[in-house]
Structures are given as C-alpha cells and as structure tokens.
Design a binder for this molecule. Structure first.
Ligand code: NAD
Length: 419
C-alpha cells in the first residue's frame, strides 16, 4: 500500500517498472528508487478580502537526498493532489541526474486556482505556504522554483518570507526570482529556449532546419509562449496554438506576436479570433512537423495517440505522453522523433541550478554566459540520450530515463540506506 495514488503517479510507476526491468534492478532496490524519501502536507488558511477565511491544502514531496539537496517547482492548480506532486518529484530526480546536476528531485504546490484569488490573497497564500514549509526546506536541503500557476513574483514572496524568518536575505532558497531580487539572467526564458535548442538538434538529426517548419504548441504559458515566439523568430510557422480556454489553427501560420499580446492583455487566449478557432481536443491532432505539448500531463494518451501526425514530438510539459500512448506511437512504426520531457524541458532546472550557484557565490553571470552553459549541458544530455537509444535499440524516452535512474541508483548504492 502506498499514500501515492492517482493516474499521474500510476503513470510514473509504470514508467519506472519498465526501466527497472530494462536495467535489471532487483526487488530490494525498486521501492527505494521509486518512493519518495519524504512527503509533507500542510494546511494554509488565509483571510479573504471579504473577511472570510479559506483553507487550502499544500504539499511538498522530496524524492531522494542521495546526491545533494532536492530541487523542484511549486504548482498552484485547482486539482493538485499528493500523487501528482510525487510523480513530478520522481521525474525531477531523473531529470536532474540526466543533466548532471547535484540534486534530488522535489515538487510542491497548493490545490488552488490562482485565477480565483485577488493578488493580495495570492500573496497571503504564497507567504503562508512558505511559512509552513520553513522547517523542511533550505538552500542546502530543498530549493523551490516556479511551475504551473506560479511565477517570479510568487518566488520573490517565498524568498522574502523565508528571509524574514532567518533575519537576513537568503536569495538561494528559491530560484526563478526576478533578476533584481537575486534571480539570474535568462531563467524566465530558459525552459522555452532549451526546448527550441533541442528541437534544433532533433531537426539536425533529420537533416532539416527551422525554416518553414510547421509547429503546434499546446499551452502558451511561461514555457510554451517563449518556445512559440523563439520558433517563430527562427523561421518556423506556428500553425496551431492553444491554452485552457481556446485553440487556434491556421495552416498559413498564426500571428504569434498578436496572440501573445492578446494573452498579455486578457490573461487567456479566448477571444482572439472566431474564424481561426478549433475545438481544443483537435489541436494536437492537426498535421505538423513539430508538436509541442507545453501544458499538463497525459494529453497524449492511448485514445488519441493513433491520430497524432508530427515528425518531432517535443515534450515541453512534464508527463504529456502516457505509457499507453508510447506503445501506440511505437507500434505505428512511422518513427516520430520524441524529445522526452526529462530532457526536453530540463533547461528550466539547469538555469535554476545556475541561479542557485550564483546566489551562493554572490557572483553573477551575463545572459550570454548563462545561455552558452545551458546549451553545453543540453547538448551533452542530448548526445547521451540519442547514442544510448541507438546503442541499445530503445526509445529516446527509455534511454533518458535509464540514464537518470542509473545515476540515482549508483549514488544510493555508494551511500547506503539512509538518504
Ligand atoms: P504556465 O502556468 O505558465 O502555463 C501553462 C499553460 O498551459 C497556460 O497557457 C494554460 O492555459 C495552459 N493549459 C493548462 N491546462 C491546459 C489544458 N488542459 N489544455 C490546454 N492548455 C492548458 O506553466 P508553465 O510554467 O509554462 O508550465 C507548463 C508545463 O511545463 C508544465 O507541465 C510544467 O510542469 C512544465 N515545466 C515548466 C518549467 C518552468 O520553468 N516553468 C520547467 C520544466 C517543466
């Protein structure tokens, strides 16, 4: 029996079992590699503007402490539950290990729709959540970052709350902060730019470049919005884009800048155009060269995987493709080049790591240095994944996860049962 339940954790567990079989990991090691070291659940009551009090449930899961502190995002989303947070923490461990970062994975969040809160209520909730987490986090214990529903401002509130309790400014407690508050150049764009860099590497492998390539992006937030704009700037055609409120499709190419300007003004894509609107469930199924799911988990599943029509699947979101969908895609035999999530979106945690290093040293790098170091780590991971996949005749996803799991396993073997 486990406290980690639900479809997202089940998906993560299934993936792990496949890797464990591939790496011939015995029963003694399996549970220790899969199940989190620690899970914290907290109640976060806040005063609402109307004078009432509402209580929100918060979580933080720290997967393993065998390599260094844990590291991971904080998600504010209405239906968040412990199983989802735990799965995201596990994936984060493999992602950090694959990128060669000295971290275990973590994830946290609050079950709340941030759009339902006034900015003052959001600040109260962010501060209360961090206050509840203070005994369990620290610059050398667990370092938070943004994820769905949180942003630079929320990270600044986290940092300020933690700092006030310490009696000094501790910028290294969170990453993804504004540059003026100890953040790093390039962090805001890091995940999206990393996705585009890796799409470039995949296109190279196929003997192609960005020019005229058709792209569909699901989720136009921090990751998808940056990726769409950069792809457009590099000459690709964004033929489809959507968020949780609306989806648009134009085979001639959407006006990405106008789309993002509309989103900037109205917070959502709904209302951009009636003429170009398509039902959101059809967005992922339109033919394109590059498909970029950049929203939530399990959007490509056993039901729709047969209808996906792309050459490159760049998994900007965490866990967008279920193991059932992987099977369907593999059986189709039309060779979609998958850039698996733990590689594809690792630019975020890589630049978060750079931010942490800079904060610890109080020595800051310029944007060019951040991006060239980012590209170097992404290139190394991309080569490792694609060469292992070719060598062992396995998918890019299996190769990426095998590398991540193996590195965590090696660290645990050396240290013993404690961490
Ligand atoms: P965000 O909140 O900035 O944006 C999320 C976007 O997805 C929004 O446009 C939202 O409308 C859309 N969306 C949500 N539910 C949807 C649905 N059901 N259908 C279609 N669109 C939907 O979040 P983000 O930071 O851009 O994160 C997006 C994904 O990338 C998540 O899976 C996250 O875990 C992953 N990720 C983010 C980072 C980072 O640095 N922010 C790093 C690594 C991975």
């Amino acid at each position: 029996m486990s406290i980690y339940t639900g479809p997202v954790f089940e998906m993560c567990r299934n993936q792990f079992l496949q890797i464990a079989d591939h790496l011939q990991i015995g029963p003694d090691e399996r549970d220790r590699l899969l199940y989190p070291k620690r899970a914290i659940a907290v109640s976060c009551p806040i005063h609402r503007l109307d004078g009432s009090v509402t209580l929100y449930q918060g979580y933080r899961v720290q997967h393993h402490l065998s390599i260094g502190p844990t590291k991971g995002g904080t998600r504010f989303a209405a239906n968040l539950d412990l199983g989802e947070v735990a799965a995201l923490a596990v994936w984060m461990s493999w992602k950090c290990a694959l990128a060669g970062l000295p971290y275990g994975g973590a994830k946290g969040g609050v079950a709340v729709d941030p759009a339902s809160l006034h900015p003052q209520e959001l600040e109260a909730l962010a501060r209360r959540y961090m206050q509840e987490m203070i005994p369990f986090v620290g610059p050398h214990t667990d370092v938070m970052a943004p994820d769905i529903g949180t942003n630079e401002q929320v990270m600044a509130w986290f940092m300020d709350t933690y700092s006030m309790y310490q009696g000094r400014t501790v910028t290294e407690i969170v990453t993804g902060k504004p540059v003026g508050s100890g953040g790093t150049e390039g962090r805001r764009e890091a995940t999206g730019l990393g996705v585009v860099h890796l799409i470039g590497r995949a296109l190279e492998k196929l003997g192609q470049d960005f020019s005229g390539r058709s792209v569909i992006v699901q989720g136009m937030g921090n990751v998808g919005g940056v990726a769409a704009l950069e792809l457009h700037r590099r000459g690709a055609r964004i033929i489809g884009a959507g968020d949780h409120t609306a989806s648009y499709y134009d085979p001639k190419g959407l006006d990405v800048e106008a789309l993002l300007a509309h989103q900037g003004k109205h917070r959502v894509l709904a209302g951009f155009s009636e003429e170009l609107a398509i039902p959101s469930e059809q967005l992922l199924e339109q033919p394109c060269d590059v498909l970029v799911p950049a929203a939530v988990e399990r959007v490509i599943n056993g039901e729709n995987a047969g209808r996906i029509r792309c050459r490159i699947l760049a998994e900007a979101a965490n866990g967008p493709t279920t193991p059932e969908a992987d099977k369907v895609l593999a059986e189709r035999g039309d060779e979609i080049f998958v850039i698996p999530d733990i590689l594809c979106n690792s630019g975020g945690v890589i630049v978060s790591y750079f931010e942490w290093v800079q904060d610890l040293q109080q020595l800051f790098w310029h944007r060019g240095e951040v991006l060239s170091r980012l590209h170097a780590l992404l290139d190394r991971a991309f080569e490792e994944v694609t060469s292992r996949a070719a060598r062992e005749g396995i998918s890019n996803r299996m190769a990426a996860m095998a590398i991540g799991v193996q590195k965590v396993r090696d660290a645990k073997r050396i240290r013993g049962l404690f961490p």
